[in-house]
Design a protein around this ligand. Structure first.
Ligand code: GSH
Length: 234
């Protein structure tokens, strides 16, 4: 029912986690971003920002033509609304989940992405940049740790907010963090890691790609993008 345009990165894993948890039938369409497949016109037609993940729903609720969605937060929201799972319907519960989902999309993801870039991928080690993003990562981990001090999951029951945050904590060592320093975050992380659907999601990823995504060729593609990488307006 759902085509998932996917590669094995934290933003990709968010969606396989949801689909496995909700047991929605889906087909993975691999988009090898390290080889430039995100620039193929057919993919850009559904994801104009040349980023995965994206989905195409062949059976949308309105019964109309196939519907595509890009941006992992929008995809999680769409799938939650479609299935009625992992997003409360009452005003307060829903608002709670959505604000943490947006926190992940606007803060945790982008900042930890910069951490990965300057710690692991940048052609030179820039102490100022490394320090800035490692410290910001620690600050965000602390925010999540505090949030989890008196609750099992980030917002009410297990939700799309947890699914959005978890894959970004998986590379904690590379982000120069120690989970032992964040007691509540560690407990939450280990509980999600042990969920069968999460295990299945990561196993699916391992079937698609066993190599490191960012090799030397990928660096040229991913980090050499200029304004001309975006398709020009007609
Ligand atoms: N805000 C977007 C970010 C997606 C994103 O950055 N995807 C990366 C991999 S994690 C990508 O496709 N990169 C390809 C590129 O940079 O050309 C989302 O959450 O979906």
């Amino acid at each position: 029912m759902i085509d998932l345009y996917y590669w094995t990165t934290p933003n990709g894993h968010k969606i396989t986690i949801f689909l496995e948890e909700a047991e929605v039938p889906y087909t993975i369409k691999p988009v090898n971003i390290g080889r430039g497949e995100q620039f193929e016109p057919a993919f850009l037609a559904i994801s104009p920002n040349n980023r995965m993940p994206a989905i195409v729903d062949h059976a949308p609720a309105d019964g109309g033509a196939p519907l595509s969605v890009f941006e992992s937060g929008a995809i999680l929201q769409y799938l939650a609304e479609k299935t009625g799972r992992f997003l409360p319907q009452d005003l307060r519960g829903r608002t709670e989940v959505m604000q943490w989902l947006f926190w992940q999309m606007g803060g945790l993801g982008p900042m930890l992405g910069q951490n990965h870039h300057f710690v692991a991928y940048a052609p030179e080690q820039i102490p100022y940049a490394i320090d800035r993003y490692v410290k910001e990562t620690t600050r965000l981990y602390n925010v999540l740790n505090k949030r989890l001090a008196d609750r099992e999951f980030i917002a009410g029951d297990y939700s799309i907010a947890d699914m959005a945050c978890y894959p970004w904590i998986v590379p904690y060592e590379r982000q120069r963090q120690r989970l032992e320093d964040f007691t509540h975050l560690k407990r939450w992380f280990e509980a999600i890691e042990a969920r069968p659907a999460v295990e299945r999601a990561y196993a699916k990823g391992a079937e698609i790609n066993t190599k490191q995504t960012v090799d030397e060729e990928a660096k040229k593609i991913l980090f050499g993008q200029t304004d001309s990488a975006a398709p020009a307006a007609e």
